[in-house]
Design a protein around this ligand. Structure first.
Ligand SMILES: Cc1cc2nc3c(=O)[nH]c(=O)nc-3n(C[C@H](O)[C@H](O)[C@H](O)COP(=O)(O)OP(=O)(O)OC[C@H]3O[C@@H](n4cnc5c(N)ncnc54)[C@H](O)[C@@H]3O)c2cc1C
Length: 375
């Protein structure tokens, strides 16, 4: 259990959101921090189940900006941040059907203005990079050369290493049971029947963030968890995919990439469900493989090796929720990480830490993340 009865900041949830906040608080000199994680191990939920990809192209403009702003940290980490590089640069290709492609092309100048290096590719140029795809099944693609695959474990442990060196305490197997509210202010949490007080309590509970906010009496923001599935299978025979980029098709609703001698694929499912430990659905996987047979028939596997699902939790506009609750002072939201919580963490963790320590941030327009946009 927590060593002391009171802390400056208590963070509920030890996934990438909580870890990145603890890191950036440490960078700002705040180490009087307690992180409470219900599970006995780290990365049991969304953080440990992701596709571990940095792919900054996103159809939601605010997310697009967040990802472009967060990526430099992952492409070139601060000195001493991690023991190993956290990004393996492979590039990423996103392909689109005609209507979406027309729209995406109009965003190219804005992407360049935001400093993103990317190239528009014809279907044939896309197929030159990933020779198994049928170029007649999409209208064009964007190639981002600086994108790639992330080492999530390394990122998470690096955030924690720095935070703990600054004094932060991480307690596993510690479930927050309720919140302490006095005179309309959240002043702590109850764990294992014991009160732990804090100037600020941060809700970084991933899929459970909405449940906890309701329990505390904060704003009722409808955060909705959606299941996403990943499968792996053997590499196709007679082909060496090791230098393929991450490949996502909006037209076929799936993505794939080579992964340590196997192929990783997601049918990009989005089934809404209550917070839980989700299991893969065979029909969803079969439908994804059917779409794969149209995009890349030579890639369709005979057998699958591994399969898993996790939850991606979205706010109503699909953008993160970061900031103090407007109706319950002392309760701070760090939720709604959706499908990009790993790659956005260097920006979002920094914004949250700035707001907690300085009450403002220069990293991003905090109003676009604030909980009161849903008031
Ligand atoms: C299949 C899949 C693929 C994805 N691919 C990518 C990708 O390629 N790139 C990317 O950036 N993102 C990706 N994501 C999204 C990313 O994984 C999430 O956005 C991110 O992990 C969310 O982090 P989190 O810390 O908010 O949540 P979590 O990792 O779920 O952490 C929240 C923690 O809170 C704890 N908790 C809950 N309630 C309590 C309580 N009462 N007391 C104490 N602790 C509590 C939970 O045990 C949990 O560990 C993917 C997600 C999935 C499912």
């Amino acid at each position: 259990m927590a060593e002391r009865a009171g802390y400056e900041v208590v963070i509920v949830g030890g996934g990438i959101a909580g870890a990145s906040l603890a890191y950036f608080l440490a960078e700002l000199g705040l180490g009087d921090v307690l992180i409470l994680e219900r599970e006995a191990n780290l990365a049991v939920h969304s953080t440990g189940r992701s596709a571990a990809t940095l792919s900054v192209i996103d159809e939601v403009p605010t997310l697009q900006e967040i990802l472009i702003a967060a990526a430099p940290f992952l492409r070139s980490q601060p000195p001493g941040f991690s023991e190993h590089p956290v990004l393996r640069v492979t590039g990423a290709v996103n392909v689109f059907e005609e209507e979406s492609w027309e729209k995406v092309r109009t965003t190219l100048p804005a992407l360049a203005e935001q400093g993103l290096e990317c190239q528009a590719l014809t279907p044939t140029q896309c197929a030159a990079r990933v020779p198994v795809v049928d170029p007649d099944t999409f209208a064009g693609g964007l190639f981002v050369p600086g994108d790639g695959r992330l080492d999530v474990h390394e990122i998470l442990s690096s955030y924690y290493r720095r935070a703990r060196a600054a004094g932060a305490e991480l307690v596993l197997g510690a479930e927050v049971e309720s919140f302490v509210v006095e005179a309309g202010r959240c002043v702590g949490v109850v764990v294992a029947g014991r009160e732990v007080r804090a100037r600020l309590v941060v809700d970084a509970a991933g899929a459970w963030a909405g449940v906890l906010a309701r329990a505390a009496g904060a704003m009722d923001i409808p955060l909705r968890p959606h299941r996403r599935t990943i499968v792996t299978f053997p590499e196709p025979e007679g082909v060496d995919p090791s230098d393929w980029p991450f490949f996502a098709s909006d037209a076929h609703h799936l993505y794939f990439a080579p992964e340590a001698g196997e192929m990783l694929l997601s049918p990009m499912d989005e089934d809404e469900m209550a917070p839980c430990d989700p299991k893969p659905d065979d029909e969803v996987i079969a439908a994804g493989l059917d779409r794969l047979s149209r995009l890349a028939p030579g890639l369709v596997p005979r057998t699958l090796k591994r399969r898993w699902s996790g939850l991606r939790t979205f706010s109503p506009d699909r953008v993160h929720v970061v900031g103090e609750d407007p109706t319950l002072p002392g309760f701070f939201w760090l939720a709604g990480q959706g499908g990009c919580g790993i790659e956005s963490s260097p920006l979002i963790g920094g914004v949250a830490a700035d707001l907690i320590v300085h009450g403002e941030t220069r990293r991003f327009d905090a109003k676009r993340l604030a909980p009161d946009r849903f008031a």
